[in-house]
Write a protein that binds this ligand. Structure first.
Ligand SMILES: Nc1ncnc2c1ncn2[C@@H]1O[C@H](COP(=O)(O)OP(=O)(O)OP(=O)(O)O)[C@@H](O)[C@H]1O
Length: 349
């Protein structure tokens, strides 16, 4: 089911939690909503679910308007299912009862409910635990129950609010695989809220980065990483350094030459996003993998942390700006190293 938001804003008294958000999610897509705490991710998810009302703008599901000025279709009539961070399981019910609860609310026939229950429990690998109560399950198993309860419904959209936040790092990796597999196998549209960029990049076909209630960028994980739309996205997603660099000549095609630490460096640039009046100074994103030892740029090591198998190093340029890079060996603090920058991205301003 396709999701479309048009100029959606949401105000809570003095707080404007979402500002003029327009985005479209195609049927069957996996959208990750990514951004720092308080940026409006959960509010956006709850607006799609129908747990919140829009202050302005409209929401459409499969082309049918479900929220807008003077319109609010309730959650149970939107064909969406929600998976909460807290799992929201009923402790007095068994796993099977928890999973099939939405079906009893929707008055699905007993035979159909039994079939869907079996299918949903099998999909999450819990067919053997149907008679257990939630208290007798591990965190990962509880999360699977919550997922099965979303899958058992006839919902074409599954909305997930930081579903892995309470799990340890190993279980997270397993559950990431599980979400990916279930998305592929069920063909449903997933919207997944996270503040963890590695989760967003690993899972999603599209990533929406929110900042202060504003949609900073909506693009594929690869584009978000390689071509962030602004400095906030560049700083929030992935490791790297944003440095200000001089630019004297206009880009040719999608390449520009900038000056960093007195050296010419070729970077990628989107035509039309660099200043028209030159010379100028522009922000450039440089990822650690685009910096290699050797070369004509001198930098002084100010910090080094072992990150197995590499050492994550911070090195200061003469003008005081810093670069983040990876080295196979630990440099001495204060040591001057020579570097080459092989790639960069001229961040639009
Ligand atoms: N019911 C509410 N009443 C008042 N303010 C609210 C309400 N819900 C959210 N907000 C405010 O709206 C903003 C966005 O909140 P939201 O929960 O959507 O952010 P988030 O990105 O999901 O954050 P987190 O990652 O911390 O969960 C915050 O400033 C929050 O305090």
């Amino acid at each position: 089911m396709a999701i479309s938001l048009s100029h959606v804003s949401r105000r809570f008294d003095a707080v404007l939690a979402l500002k003029d958000i327009s985005l479209t999610v195609e049927d069957g897509a996996f959208l990750a909503l990514l951004g720092p705490s308080g940026c409006g991710k959960t509010t956006l998810l709850r607006l799609v679910a129908g747990f919140e009302k829009v202050s302005e703008g409209s929401v459409a599901l499969s082309g049918r308007q479900v929220a807008g000025p003077a319109l609010h279709i309730p959650p149970e009539e939107r064909q969406v299912a929600m998976v909460f961070q807290s799992y929201a399981l009923w402790p007095h019910m068994t796993v099977a009862e928890n999973v099939s609860f939405p079906l009893s609310v929707a008055r699905v026939s007993a035979a159909e409910a039994a079939k869907r229950l079996t299918h949903a429990l099998e999909a999450v690998g819990l067919a053997h635990l149907g008679q257990r109560r939630p208290e007798a399950l591990s965190g990962g198993q509880r999360q699977r129950v919550a997922l099965a309860r979303a899958l058992v419904q006839d919902a074409r959209v599954v909305l997930c609010d930081e579903p892995l936040a309470n799990l340890d790092i190993h279980l997270r990796a397993t559950m990431l695989d599980e979400f990916r597999r279930l998305h592929r196998e069920t063909g449903r549209t997933f919207v997944y809220v996270t503040h963890d960029q590695s989760e967003a990049l690993a899972l999603a076909s599209q990533v929406a980065v929110l900042n202060g209630g504003v949609l900073s960028q909506l693009a594929s994980p690869q584009a978000i990483y390689a071509e962030p739309a602004n400095i906030d996205v560049a700083r929030f997603v992935g490791e790297g350094s944003v440095v200000r660099a001089g630019i004297e000549t206009p880009p040719t095609g999608d390449r520009a030459v900038v000056r960093i630490a007195g050296q010419d460096v070729q970077v990628r640039a989107r035509p039309g996003t660099t200043p028209a009046a030159l010379p100028a100074s522009i922000p450039v994103l440089i990822r650690p993998e685009a910096i290699s030892p050797g070369g004509d740029i001198a930098a002084r090591v100010t910090a080094s942390i072992y990150r197995g198998p590499v050492h994550a190093v911070t090195a200061a340029l003469d003008d005081g700006q810093s670069l983040q890079l990876h080295l196979p060996h630990a440099p001495a603090i204060g040591e001057t190293i020579s570097l080459r920058i092989t790639d960069g991205w001229a961040i639009p301003e």
